[in-house]
Design a protein around this ligand. Structure first.
Ligand SMILES: [Fe+2]
Ligand SMILES: [Fe+2]
Length: 257
């Protein structure tokens, strides 16, 4: 079911939490997002073939899918953008993704030259016009992909963080905001320790994010962090997190017996 995270009458942010079937233990739960402003729309991290038809149907309530302006992709993982071909065929949308990946994601299509519709975001990020609004692509490199962006919506003050803040829960839990941060940690810790690259980037990212007015952090898996206090709890935790290369040693690089 679509959940409105924000709606002021002309600007709407919608989350889809349940498009990966509940029975699919073999596939990670993931969230998809739609921002509509003044009749113009962007899908954020629309996912793969598993979520495509549900998202296509679910979004019609907010805008006709044929008129989709953008797909904004945090990175190039299969749970982010492997449904690319279907969106390219059924709309005229442009895809915005890190410049690093613009020549990789055509491998999700059938080979037609879509280069005019696949737009590379420079490493420093950029503002993307959507209707009367602007969505800001902010750098999140190495969190976890080498070329990685998060999308900040200044109107709703929502920061969409891709895999940062992700938790491994089922789709019923995912639709609820985090209530008890300490309890929620166990759903996040293992994922972040392995998937995120190093504490250095966590710290640099948090320093940047603290300069934004963030009302909600919304990851691409699991629950969102609502309200400035909960956002603050997350940032305090994430800037201290040891992860990725902080934790590896020679033992992790031994030839198998
Ligand atoms: Fe990912
Ligand atoms: Fe993901």
């Amino acid at each position: 079911m679509a959940e409105e995270l924000y709606n002021d009458g002309t600007h709407v942010c919608v989350a889809f939490y349940d498009l990966v079937d509940e029975g699919l233990d073999h596939a990670i739960q993931c969230n998809q997002f739609l921002i509509v402003d003044d009749g113009h729309g962007a899908l954020l991290d629309p996912g793969g073939n598993m979520t495509h038809s549900g998202l296509l149907m679910g979004m019609q309530r907010f805008m006709p899918s044929r008129q989709l302006d953008y797909i904004l992709a945090s990175h190039a993982d299969p749970d982010i953008i492997s449904s690319l071909n279907k969106w390219m065929v059924t709309s005229h949308c442009k895809v915005m993704i890190s410049r690093l990946w613009t020549r990789f994601i055509p491998h999700f299509t059938t080979g037609k030259d879509y280069s005019a519709r696949i737009v590379g975001i420079p490493d420093g990020g950029m503002a993307i016009g959507l209707g009367q609004a602007k969505i800001i692509a902010i750098p999140a490199h190495f969190l976890h992909a080498e070329g990685n962006f998060h999308f900040y919506d200044p109107r709703s003050k929502i920061l969409f963080t891709g895999d940062v803040g992700a938790s491994l829960v089922d789709h019923l839990e995912a639709a609820k905001p985090v209530r008890d941060f300490d309890e929620h940690l166990q759903m996040m810790l293992g994922f972040h320790r392995r998937i995120m690259v190093s504490n250095k980037v966590c710290r640099l990212w948090v320093n940047m994010v603290r300069q934004l007015d963030v009302r909600m952090i919304v990851p691409q898996h699991g629950c969102r962090f609502e309200g400035r206090e909960m956002v603050g709890r997350f940032l305090d935790w994430f800037e201290k997190l040891e992860c990725g290369i902080d934790l590896v040693a020679q033992d992790n690089y031994r030839l198998p017996a």
